[in-house]
Design a protein around this ligand. Structure first.
Ligand SMILES: NC(=O)c1ccc[n+]([C@@H]2O[C@H](COP(=O)([O-])OP(=O)(O)OC[C@H]3O[C@@H](n4cnc5c(N)ncnc54)[C@H](OP(=O)(O)O)[C@@H]3O)[C@@H](O)[C@H]2O)c1
Length: 256
């Protein structure tokens, strides 16, 4: 039965950056399909509590942890905490990211390093920390949340776009190496989504119209639009999908 292949009962999932936006929708979907989900934000907050409450409405065993992915020690501490909670992930979604809008000619090295640390280095380290359990049990799902900017970079987000392209390369690299171990590695790429990070920009009607006109579907993504693709990649239904990118962008990447 195909329906059963989407079932995540018995799986443990860790979704970074799930205090809000796309991560929250992915976490809720995984919990709805039976997973014990650990939601995550930088620090304790009302949005994180709301995400946890939503996940727990589907599965009361869900929990929350916090930590700044820009701090390598915090990444280690989060995984130590996951082990203590008996929540080492079968499914890891690296969804948290940071971005700054600065023209490339003014981008300073410190900011570029910081974006690389949070978006790329922390993801690589989390993959390393999650891998041994996945290898031992012969089943695992490593998912990064990339961006349409891998294909259509924004003029003021050169560092952010580069971190996302680095993740896409990482996915293809690792996918090949772990493919015989029951572990898939994939990249889910949103287009322009109406989330907290874009709220201020999209509230400007002129900018909003410009964004809408660039999207063939003439509609911004809603967080739940990314949840179905994440569920496919995380579940047995996606068993044969690895080393690839799934665009969830209303056609934004298309030229013309
Ligand atoms: N929104 C879009 O249009 C769009 C387009 C393309 C790709 N994406 C990608 O999709 C993913 C989700 O985007 P979103 O718009 O849903 O994000 P969002 O609403 O801005 O939420 C970002 C999440 O990441 C967490 N986070 C931020 N900095 C962090 C850090 N240093 N350490 C740990 N966690 C951190 C935040 O934690 P707190 O809640 O605690 O602050 C929050 O939960 C990101 O990877 C983004 O690059 C988004």
């Amino acid at each position: 039965m195909l329906k059963e292949k989407f079932d995540l009962t018995g799986k443990k999932a860790f979704v970074t950056g799930s205090a809000r936006g796309i991560g929250r929708a992915i976490a809720a979907a995984f919990a709805e399909y039976g997973a014990r989900v650990i939601v995550h934000g930088v620090k304790p907050s009302a949005p994180l509590e709301a995400s946890l409450a939503e996940a727990r409405s589907f599965n009361p065993a869900c929990d929350a942890i916090t930590g700044d992915l820009g701090d390598p020690a915090a990444v280690e501490a989060m995984f130590a905490r996951l082990a203590e909670m008996d929540a080492m992930p079968d499914i890891l979604v690296a969804c948290a990211s940071i971005q700054k809008n600065i023209h490339w000619s003014e981008f300073d090295a410190e900011e570029a390093h910081h974006e690389m640390e949070v978006n790329f280095h922390a993801t690589l380290r989390m993959f390393q920390l999650a891998y041994p359990k996945m290898k031992e049990q012969g089943w695992g799902r490593l998912i990064v949340v990339g961006s349409v900017q891998e294909q259509r970079p924004h003029p003021e987000m050169c560092a952010y776009a580069a971190t996302k392209s680095a993740l896409e390369n990482l996915v293809r690299n690792i996918a090949r190496q772990v493919a015989r171990e029951g572990i898939t590695v994939n990249n889910l790429c949103p287009g322009a989504f109406a989330t907290d990070r874009n709220a201020a920009a999209l509230s400007n009607p002129v900018y909003r119209e410009k964004v809408m006109n660039a999207i063939p579907m003439h509609d911004t993504g809603r967080p739940e639009d990314a949840a179905g693709a994440a569920l496919l990649l995380a579940s047995e239904a996606g068993r044969y999908i690895t080393g690839t990118t799934i665009m969830v962008d209303g056609g934004l990447r298309l030229p013309g």
